[in-house]
Design a protein around this ligand. Structure first.
Ligand SMILES: [Fe+2]
Ligand SMILES: [Fe+2]
Length: 268
């Protein structure tokens, strides 16, 4: 069999709550048919009622052949994760955080061998998005340097969970030529600035979300307005249509540069 000279990767923005989770799962066969991707990574931090990821939903993704699940500031919001994360290997937690619980320190990267090439998925967290972890967040640029210096040959895919477009651009240009793909998550709003940087790294400031179109970043807008004015809790938006936001990238296995990049924004 002739080896492919590229790997086709689909990365999906934060999936927010039940309606979006179901919309995404239902749309998955169409994504597979259209892009015929080799690997798929999703940001799963808002999967279970908008906060964290319980075991049932981890299993749902597993049954639908999701290869990699990255997280973010909501990592610890669903406490079930403490019970199951050490039994599985494809959840990637923000790597530049020092965790009090060792089980999370063991999940700072996920590596797959694809046609003899190692592909390493990383999840980084900015101070702007990770107030809960504030005193435990290391500077992400130096963190990447340390990881990269252990292995110059791998293909690196980075989900950078951060609030500001500037910091996402800054990280992307910093790793241009060392990482193959950098995509922002966390804002839940897709940016239309996807591009291949001068040295071959594919980049988008924020890949967006899978969530209700008529919502405030996937949450019910009326409850969010009430929360803003009077306090209380925001609820997940329960009514469609839903948007599926993702990014498709083809990466050369020879020089690790992105050959093709396509932004996906599908309304269902
Ligand atoms: Fe999120
Ligand atoms: Fe987030």
């Amino acid at each position: 069999m002739k080896l492919q000279n590229k790997v086709k990767i689909l990365v999906v923005g934060d999936i927010v709550g039940k309606g979006a989770r179901n919309a995404f799962i239902n749309y998955l066969p169409k994504l597979k048919e259209k892009y015929d991707y080799d690997l798929i990574a999703i940001n799963a931090e808002n999967t279970t009622h908008g906060k964290g990821l319980n075991y049932k939903h981890y299993k749902l993704y597993h049954e639908h052949h999701i290869d990699v699940l990255t997280m973010g500031n909501h990592l610890l919001d669903n406490v079930e994760i403490y019970d199951y994360i050490d039994k599985i290997d494809n959840i990637v937690v923000p790597g530049n955080v020092e965790y009090n619980d060792q089980i999370f320190n063991n999940h700072k990267k996920f590596s797959i061998i694809f046609e003899n090439k190692e592909i390493i998925f990383l999840n980084l967290l900015s101070v702007s998005a990770g107030q809960k972890f504030l005193e435990n967040i290391n500077e992400p640029l130096s963190y990447f340097d340390n990881i990269y210096n252990l292995n110059h040959n791998a293909i690196y895919i980075i989900d950078y969970h951060a609030e500001y477009t500037l910091e996402k651009n800054l990280l992307a240009y910093y790793v241009d030529n060392r990482a193959s793909l950098v995509y922002g998550t966390h804002t839940h709003v897709q940016t239309s600035d996807e591009r291949i940087l001068p040295n071959g790294t594919g980049f988008i400031s924020d890949v967006g979300m899978c969530g209700a179109v008529d919502s405030i970043i996937g949450y019910d807008y009326q409850s969010y307005i009430n929360k803003f004015k009077n306090g209380g809790a925001s609820e997940i938006a329960k009514k469609g249509p839903y948007m599926i936001n993702a990014l498709y990238a083809e990466i050369s296995l020879e020089n690790k540069k992105v050959i093709k990049l396509e932004r996906i924004n599908q309304k269902l």
